[in-house]
Design a protein around this ligand. Sequence first.
Ligand code: SPV
Ligand code: MG
Length: 434
Amino acid sequence: MTDEKIVYMCFSTDMIHSGHIEIIRKAEKLGKLIIGVMSDEAVASYKRFPLLPFEERKIMFENIVGVSSVVEQKTLSYKAILEELKPDIVVHGDDWKEGFQKHLRDEVCQILATYGGQLVEYPYSKNEKYDEIERRARSEASLPDVRRSRLKRMLSVKGLITAMEAHDGITGLICEKTVESDNGGAHQFDAIWSSSLCDSTAEGKPDIELVDMTSRFRHVNEVMEVTTKPIIFDADTGGITEHFVYTVRTLERMGVSMVIIEDKTGLKKNSLFGTEVEQTQDLIENFSEKIRAGKKAQKTADFMICARIESLILEKGMEDALMRAFAFTEAGADAIMIHSRKKDPSEIFEFVESFRSKDSITPIVVVPTSFNMVTEEEFKSRGVNVVIYANQLMRSGFPAMQMAAKAILKNHRAKEADAMCMSIKDIITLIPEE
Ligand code: SPV
Ligand code: MG
């Protein structure tokens, strides 16, 4: 046995099965085995959020016979950890020769080559039994208690999370499954936004609290049926306080993580109209009372109520926005959403800076539909915690459908529209049968 050699393997799993043990048995025979356990953030970036946090996964691996030590691998990329440990051998399943992990493998090979390290690959143990374990973990992640609590956990792990809008099963699946990988990393949406604008638009109705809560909950339920990610619900004004407390309880029971209510009253219209339409802001005292009642009504510590401030939308000024933010936080709001319809992000930045100078903890939520040139990285560096992409799936899907409809009307047949469409094979296999 070449016990002087340092062997490195990394795991992202939260459930150890016989396939993992088998590869660990082989790896420990090659030398002194160091296991890298991937950080929660790195795991969440490319697959589901781990059911067990990093600390528990670390203990799990520390207690496997043959494992010499366990370290944290903070990124999908092996670069930093290999440069630190300089292992003689890296062990991996051979499944990463293709697909999104290929570039990770290429990078590992390059780094190993710089100091004469070696990559040892074992055949990937594809097994129906293991797929079933993963399916069970996924369905566990969609249970109300598990799903609801994940938003807070993600916020504390990542600092900034993103949410994409979904209003039905298919948009839910896009939010759940779309992963974009780039060199050394992968990105996916952390959460799902249930938008009053998009739920209303999907029903062909204006965004004026006309689509009632029962219908809104139906949209959420459709999304929940096919997803596991935490949900942030746009409850418009929250309605009258006596109704809002019931909304809180229902959402919480369903497994929604956060409700956002805006400080408007009367006939609410979409914020992006700004002052072009008559809209009334609620009194600070009234809205604070609504927040207090909501907080009293919730049953779990996980559920969050976010107060959305419309002062900038209604051109009431920065001072008014900040005064409200502090008052609503004082009333118990778990987060503050600040909205603007300006393309220029300066008023949002100014608000964030002023708020953060007095409150470094309460999460700040933004919806950059207008100020859309700002990147998530910049928001994070300025102290924002949640970025909501509120309507892009709806707005991109609608023109595509309209174009196909027009092409058919123009040509009196569907041939010309075909190039704009997914293939029939793709659409019938898009949703796998379980
Ligand atoms: C929504 O998506 O319904 C929102 C965000 O409330 S906005 O449309 O910008 O007001
Ligand atoms: Mg809305």
